[in-house]
Design a protein around this ligand. Structure first.
Ligand code: ADP
Ligand code: MG
Length: 459
């Protein structure tokens, strides 16, 4: 599924209104009757049909005929392309995306594009839950604007960014065994809804992790089923073949797992695909967290061990490196508790270089608090726009999908002495979907485009 790289300006304002109406209608209709689209958009008669025809021709909506569910024989549904378009339109308005470049990844459940942009929407969107930062304000040392301000890149047309499009519907809902409540009435729009939840979740966590100094891409914006983040100048760890001293990177990765646990989180899919290695500094950057869970999760311990084991296995296979030292969940929780007791309210903390917390920049200060177990990101996110109920809905969906045979690669328990060293054959599938640096076919087709910024408002 490719992003429609046609100039956004070529959609007329009437067409845009009709498209938005189709989206609105799809909240409770699988197929939206043309009459309803006309009603919502308040565009009548031949004009609505004309618009729908034009949108269908571009693949933004799809015509559905002779449907069983409807009295009429005629209706439309929103396509992934249509939803992509609406998200891009939003970004375009906010300047978080000003042009779209090549596709760099086709995941099982997401597409990745390089884009450019100037703006950021991190502190504008609603329900951001950043009240705990009162301290920064008191000092007059606010840095949140500069932290996200890429205006120095404006002459270059903005900074290079990554647009990640979540596509959970790729796994057919019909294949889901247990039809749980969460599908409920929304079943019709479930691919859109679940993809959107995944994007919201990833964005909320990325913001908090970034804010507290865990190395993740810098988040810029979120719209519908997509997010925009900084481009990591590096490559997935999977592409690392030689390391002079594997123990250095190994320790950094274990340290990251522990640091995340100290802020209340377990990545849940911490492996060589989801760790990027910086080109310049060789520092790891963590990506891809729609399955992140809290350390309070009932299966926290097994998720934690799985993350640790993934890294150990990779180092064992790739670098023939094995260490006796690795964190366990119990120990980590024990250390966390002790550390919290020692740290008290944090006012006497010093960093690794012995600098007192009062003498640090706000960003360093936050990172120090996080390292000492005085920040709970799981709780902050729960209080944000992505609350507990939504998390549970998404998790239930993901669990169901993971249960599908052949879907997901979550089982490391089968690993043992007999484990195959022949990783080529085992990883073939991943290789295709994850590592193809840039699929030639796609590269030649991609266009650099300017995104129009017309007067249209969405709802
Ligand atoms: P998926 O759900 O498809 O696994 P990921 O977030 O892991 O999605 O991204 C897939 C691939 O896209 C990564 O393995 C990486 O190569 C690339 N990628 C994702 N995010 C970034 C980023 N911020 N900077 C650079 N490359 C990225
Ligand atoms: Mg990934």
């Amino acid at each position: 599924m490719k992003l429609d790289a046609t100039d956004l300006r070529y959609v007329t304002s009437d067409e845009f209104r009709v498209l938005s109406s189709v989206e609105q209608g799809s909240r409770n209709h699988e197929v939206i009757p043309t009459v309803l689209i006309a009603q919502i958009s308040r565009i009548t008669g031949g004009q609505v049909n004309k618009c729908l025809g034009a949108l269908a021709k571009r693949g933004l909506v799809a015509r559905v005929q002779n449907t069983k569910y409807l009295r009429t024989d005629d209706g439309y549904r929103l396509t992934y392309g249509g939803l992509d378009f609406l998200a891009l339109k939003t970004y375009s308005k906010r300047s978080t995306v000003t042009s779209v470049g090549q596709q760099v990844g086709v995941g099982k459940e997401g597409d990745i594009y390089i884009v450019k942009g100037t703006g950021s929407n991190v502190y504008n969107a609603k329900g951001k839950g950043r009240e705990e930062d009162g301290a920064d304000e008191e000092d007059g040392e606010e840095e949140h604007d500069s932290e996200y301000d890429d205006s120095q890149d404006e002459e270059l047309g903005g900074s290079m960014r990554i647009l990640k499009i979540h596509r959970l519907g790729r796994i057919s809902f019909r294949n889901i065994k247990s039809k749980r409540d969460y599908l409920g009435k929304r079943k019709s729009a479930s691919w859109m809804y679940m993809s959107r939840l995944a994007a919201m979740k990833e964005y909320e966590f990325m913001k908090a992790l970034y804010h507290y100094g865990i190395p993740v891409p810098k988040p810029y914006d979120q719209a519908r089923h997509t997010i925009v983040m900084s481009l990591v100048d590096g490559f997935p760890m999977r592409q690392l073949s030689v390391l002079e001293d594997p123990s250095i990177l190994y320790s950094k990765l274990m340290d990251l797992i522990v640091r995340m646990a100290y802020v209340g989180l377990i990545h849940g899919d911490f492996n060589e695909f989801n760790v990027m290695i910086g080109e310049a500094d060789e520092e790891p950057v963590v990506i891809d967290f729609p399955q992140m869970v809290s350390i309070r999760h009932e299966n926290a311990e097994s998720y934690f061990s799985r993350d640790v084991e993934c890294i150990r296995r990779f180092f064992r296979r790739r670098f023939r490196f094995e260490s006796e030292e690795f964190p366990t969940f119990q120990e980590t929780m024990h250390d966390l508790k002790q550390m919290q007791e020692q740290a008290g309210n944090g006012e006497n903390l010093v960093n690794e270089e012995g600098v007192h917390i009062d003498d640090l920049t706000p960003r360093q200060r936050r990172a120090l608090l996080a390292r000492n177990g005085l920040v709970r990101i799981d709780e902050l996110v729960e209080a944000s726009g992505f609350g507990r109920q939504l998390q549970e809905e998404l998790e239930a969906y993901m669990m169901d999908v993971a249960e599908e045979p052949g879907e997901g690669d979550n089982d490391v328990s089968s690993e043992g002495e007999s484990e195959s060293e022949d990783e080529e054959s085992e990883d073939d599938e991943d290789e295709e979907s994850e590592e193809d640096p840039v699929d030639d076919a796609i590269a030649t087709q991609t266009k650099n485009l300017k995104l129009g910024n017309d007067e249209q408002d969405e709802e």
